[in-house]
Design a protein around this ligand. Structure first.
Ligand SMILES: *[C@@H]1O[C@H](CO)[C@@H](O)[C@H](O)[C@H]1NC(C)=O
Length: 279
């Protein structure tokens, strides 16, 4: 899988680590317990016994980044980005610096790949923690649709999916019999679920969107391992301002979900409660 790493040497201008390398590993709890416990001590080096223990444990770990030079922590050189083809998934990584020095932050970007839970476990299939990603969208003017996958409630309007207003919205708004307004266009986002699953309840949180929540939301699903066509899971439902909505539903197994809002606006969080379905 293609991923991106960031080694930020911020403020380490005279003492940044000149080179680094990164290894990946899959460790169980017993192996994790073999990692030497060290305390932070000024001027100390790893004891020979600690190094041996660590080297014995990680000798066969694949090298994700070979020995690579870093740049100093000045504003225009601190961000050391690197594209990697990492293999994986991994549970642990080992960062090596040569021969010593400072790194301010390490960022390892990727997609979570947890083990699917038992079929009777209820879980949120729209969480980035279960490996769900946004694969496409029609508009993300103020906020990316992937923000809806974050844990917890949104911090503000920037922490959600918010589109631009549609310029083709009618000059005079008319309501249909179900209360949703007549629109000439809509906006959508498509998600690939971390696990194939069946949905039982959908959460739509318009937290913080008071004058700019969408009028309605529609949810469809597709099973790429089944007949590969979009099925309606939730017919258009009217939304309210700054509120957590819960809609019961009952879907077959799906691998992808399309969220359509009409005509436009902001949604803070999406929750697709259900259970995993084996492939
Ligand atoms: C990583 O790959 C992207 C897309 O191919 C490219 O635009 C970018 O410059 C690459 N970054 C680095 C640090 O090599």
């Amino acid at each position: 899988m293609d991923n991106v790493l960031l080694v930020d040497t911020a403020f380490f201008t005279g003492n940044f680590a000149p080179k680094y390398s990164i290894q990946g590993a899959v460790l169980n709890e017993q192996q994790e317990a073999q990692i030497p416990k060290r305390k932070s001590e000024m001027g100390s080096a790893a004891a020979a016994s600690d190094l041996k223990q660590m080297n014995d444990l990680s000798r066969d770990w694949p090298e994700i980044v070979p020995r690579t030079p870093l740049r100093p922590g000045y504003e225009d050189t601190r961000m050391n980005y690197r594209n990697v083809t990492s293999g994986g998934p991994y549970t642990h990584i080992r960062v090596n610096i040569y021969p010593d020095g400072g790194i301010a932050r390490l960022r390892v970007f990727g997609v979570a790949q947890p083990t699917p839970p038992a079929a009777d476990t209820r879980l949120d299939l729209a969480s980035l923690l279960t490996g769900t990603v946004c694969v496409d969208y029609s508009n993300a003017h103020y906020g990316h649709p992937r923000n809806m996958l974050s844990p917890g409630r949104g911090a503000g309007m920037a922490d959600g999916w918010e589109t631009a207003r549609r310029p083709d919205r009618p000059e005079v708004l008319l309501a249909k019999s179900d209360g949703t307004i007549v629109v000439t266009g809509e906006e959508w986002a498509i998600f690939r679920l971390g696990f194939r699953g069946a949905l039982e309840e959908i959460g739509v949180d318009t937290n913080h969107y008071k004058g700019n929540y969408p009028d309605s939301i529609k949810i469809e699903g597709l099973d790429a391992l089944g007949d590969d066509t979009w099925m309606t899971i939730l017919n258009p439902r009217k939304l309210s301002a700054h509120k957590e909505h819960w809609f019961p539903c009952s879907s077959g197994p799906v691998t992808h979900v399309r969220v359509t809002i009409a005509p436009d606006g902001g949604v803070s969080r999406l929750r697709l409660m259900g259970h995993a379905v084996a492939q």
